[in-house]
Write a protein that binds this ligand. Structure first.
Ligand code: QV4
Ligand code: CA
Length: 514
């Protein structure tokens, strides 16, 4: 028999293994390149993400999906799988493989968005209107390319009249019935678990570092544990032997439902949706919230434990009113607030951070609801996705927003790498919306979200010298293109931030020293 302590080590190893994103070279952040083509991602890894210290990317679902004409090619068609062939709106299997290789070669990990709770909607029809052209029939529950048949769905297990989830308070409905009519897979079946694991293992062999698992609230933790248990270790061409795939699970838990994020944290990380909802409320100064109240940001605000959290200011759903809790979310549509929120997130030690990279669409509100929240990425008239052109000033064209390329956000991704492992320190606030904090002796950030100027001398904890503010500019060839901050031998520095500055915050770090 195995000694007791060995079993403990094995159990502990299992429970923490899938929480590790395996980021390389001291990198700390992931960017979601929502709906980007594989060819553009490969180029972006080499020309921008690798050189600027981004640790990884989340990609849109790479598997075969339904192709819809009404509405015309919505972004959400990719959340309706037809099979596990790897041709999608983002490109072919060969392009996917090439992208994963090229990103890995510059130290940028790839995390795949996997949709394993369901296939297409019940009203998805019959035919070959799928991204690889495979025939399927939604009404017959027939997906020959996997293959799945009527036996592989939960139609008999679900007890609601409509067959859809009708009450989120009932965990059985939420797991066994259809999410907005999406045909619900019977993940309790060995056969289905095997097909899902084969799909994910194919991606692991290709070199991905892990998965964003879609709609986890709608799957039983035991079924997920079984499927994850079938996954291979990561490809040793790029990862050390015995590395388990990073798993981060989409569970929207804003409190008050029968199912909570905690039901999933032992299996991997979980998306902390309270983070962006609360940060948005604070930055917008809604409900009497103040930045000074974020002194105990993190677990102190009722978020899950740091080691379990994947955090973000906005995601592809809540930036356009899908999912839950969207009202307070700050997106690229409010660029000044968005930069501040993302800056705060990247400066703060809590969680594994994910930056959103979006495309623009024609918002059209009727009674507060965006009629065009379905609109897909910038596309040609035949529905194929446009490439991402890079302008001379390094921004993106053709409707691609590329928040990750905004100087303030890119520089805060670097800030987070520079201060990695340092504690939250030297907090200061004015009991309103002016706050500052450091990360040991490696970095310091000051925010002014009040309607008046900030003018104060603070203990930064940094070594004396002249530093370049990486928000108003950056260090280039040893010179500073933005504000300069003088830190005295005692670590104290004077900060002046007008509430009318383009960006009312200042950040300095060890590598921005002149
Ligand atoms: C509609 C009706 C149904 C009706 C059906 C009839 O709503 O009641 O029965 O038509 O055919 C699309 C449409 C939706 C449609 C459905 C099926 O928007 O109106 O049903 O297709 O045809 C994305 C979009 C959804 C989209 C889905 C599939 O957000 O609008 O549905 O893709 O294309 C919950 C979950 C959480 C989820 C979040 C959005 O707990 O898991 O809602 N988030 C993830 C993804 C999200 C994705 C899914 C899950 C589903 O982040 O992008 O939904 O894979 O909070
Ligand atoms: Ca389900």
């Amino acid at each position: 028999m195995r000694p007791y302590w060995l079993i403990l080590v094995a159990l502990f190893g299992l429970s923490v293994a899938q929480h590790n994103p395996h980021l390389k070279h001291g990198r700390t952040s992931i960017v979601h390149l929502f709906e980007w083509r594989w060819a553009d991602i490969a180029a972006e890894c080499e020309r921008f993400l690798g050189p600027n210290g981004f640790g990884g990317i989340q990609i849109s679902p790479p598997n075969e999906h339904i192709v819809l004409s009404s509405p015309w090619r919505p972004w959400w068609q990719r959340y309706q799988p037809i099979g596990y062939n790897l041709c999608s709106r983002s490109g072919t299997e060969a392009e996917l493989r090439d992208m994963i290789t090229r990103c890995n070669n510059v130290g940028v990990n790839v995390y795949v968005d996997v949709v394993i709770n369901h296939m297409c909607g019940a009203g998805g029809g019959e035919g070959t209107h799928s991204s690889c052209g495979s025939w399927f029939s939604a009404s017959k529950r027939d997906f020959p390319s996997v293959p799945y048949s009527v036996l592989d769905f939960n139609d008999n297990k679900c007890k609601t009249a409509s067959g859809d989830i009708e009450n989120y308070g009932d965990p059985y409905q939420v797991r066994d019935c259809r999410l907005v009519s999406l045909l619900d897979l019977a993940l309790e079946k060995d056969y289905v678990r095997g097909k899902v694991a084969d799909f994910m293992n194919t991606l692991i062999d290709m070199g991905v570092a892990g998965f964003r698992v879609d709609a986890c609230k709608h799957m039983w933790p035991g079924d997920l544990q079984n499927a994850y248990g079938r996954l291979k270790d990561l490809n040793t061409k790029w990862f050390s032997g015995g590395s388990r795939p990073f798993i981060f699970q989409e569970v929207i838990d804003l409190g008050g439902e029968g199912i909570s994020a905690a039901d999933y944290t032992q299996l991997g990380r979980v998306t902390e949706f309270k983070y962006g909802a609360k940060l948005g409320t604070v930055i917008r100064k809604w409900n009497g919230e103040k930045l000074s109240y974020t002194r105990n940001w993190g677990e102190g605000w009722g978020f899950m434990s740091n080691n379990n959290a994947l955090v973000f200011v906005d995601n592809h759903d809540n930036q356009r009113g899908h999912g839950a809790g969207g009202a307070s979310i700050v997106t690229f549509w409010d660029p000044r607030l968005h930069k501040m929120a993302v800056g705060y997130m990247l400066a703060h030690p809590y969680g594994v951070t994910r930056v959103m990279s979006s495309f623009r669409w024609d918002r059209h509100f009727v009674n507060g609801k965006d009629q065009n929240d379905w609109m897909g990425p910038p596309s040609y008239s035949d529905g194929s996705t446009k490439p991402v052109p890079i302008n001379p000033d390094q921004t993106c064209g053709d409707g691609w927003v590329c928040e990750h390329r905004w100087r303030q956000i890119k520089n805060m991704v670097i800030f987070r790498n520079v201060v990695n492992g340092q504690p939250h320190s030297n907090w200061w606030d004015n009991q309103s919306n002016q706050v500052a904090f450091g990360r040991g002796n490696r970095g310091f950030i000051v925010f002014n979200n009040d309607d008046w100027d900030l003018d104060v001398t603070l203990d930064t904890g940094m070594p004396g010298g002249t530093y370049c503010d990486v928000i108003s500019g950056q260090k280039e060839n040893g010179r500073c293109t933005g504000k300069q901050i003088q830190v005295g031998g005692d670590g104290r520095a004077h900060f002046k931030i007008s509430n009318r500055d383009e960006d009312p915050f200042v950040a300095i770090h060890a590598e921005s020293k002149l």
